[in-house]
Design a protein around this ligand. Sequence first.
Ligand code: SF4
Ligand code: SF4
Length: 161
Amino acid sequence: MSYFSDIIQGTKSLLTGMRITGNYFFKNFLTRKDVITQQYPDNKDTLKMFDRFRGEVTLAHNENNEHRCDACTTCEKTCPNGSLEVIWDKYKDPETGRNKRVLVKHIYHLEMCTMCGLCIEVCPTNALEWGQDFHHASYDRGQLTKVLNKPGSKVVAGLKG
Ligand code: SF4
Ligand code: SF4
C-alpha cells in the first residue's frame, strides 16, 4: 500500500515542481519580465551588472582625466594579499615649497584580488571604486595586471584627503 501511496506522492510533487517551472517559463520568460537567468555570453555586449557588483578595483577619473590619488600608499599597505603597488615620485610644491608625492603608477594585480573592498574603504580621498567589468578570463596572467591611472592623467587640483 505504501508503494502506491509513494508513487502518488512522488507524482504530485513532480507536477507541483513542473507547474512552478511552467509558470516561470510562460509568464516571465516569454514576456521577458523578472528573468534572472542571463543568456551569457550571447548578451555580453549589453549585459549591465547591478550597482553593488564587485567586478574589479578601479581608479576613478573625471572628464579632465584627473584622479584623486595622492599616492599615500594606504591601500597598498591595507591590501591583505599584496594586490596593489603604488609607485610614486617626489616633487616640490611651488606654493608651499614642500616635497609632495605624485603618483607614477597604481598597479593592480587582479589575479590575486579577492574583492574584499578594504582598499576602497580605507582610501582617504575616495579615489578607488568598483568597476563592473567581469570579462576577466584570459590565457595570459600578465593581462590581469593593470595600471589603474590612465595615460596622461594627473591628480585633481587642490586635493584634500
Ligand atoms: S588610491 Fe587612495 S589609498 Fe591608495 S595611494 Fe591613492 S590616495 Fe592613497
Ligand atoms: S579588494 Fe581587497 S584584495 Fe582586492 S586589491 Fe583591494 S584590498 Fe586587495
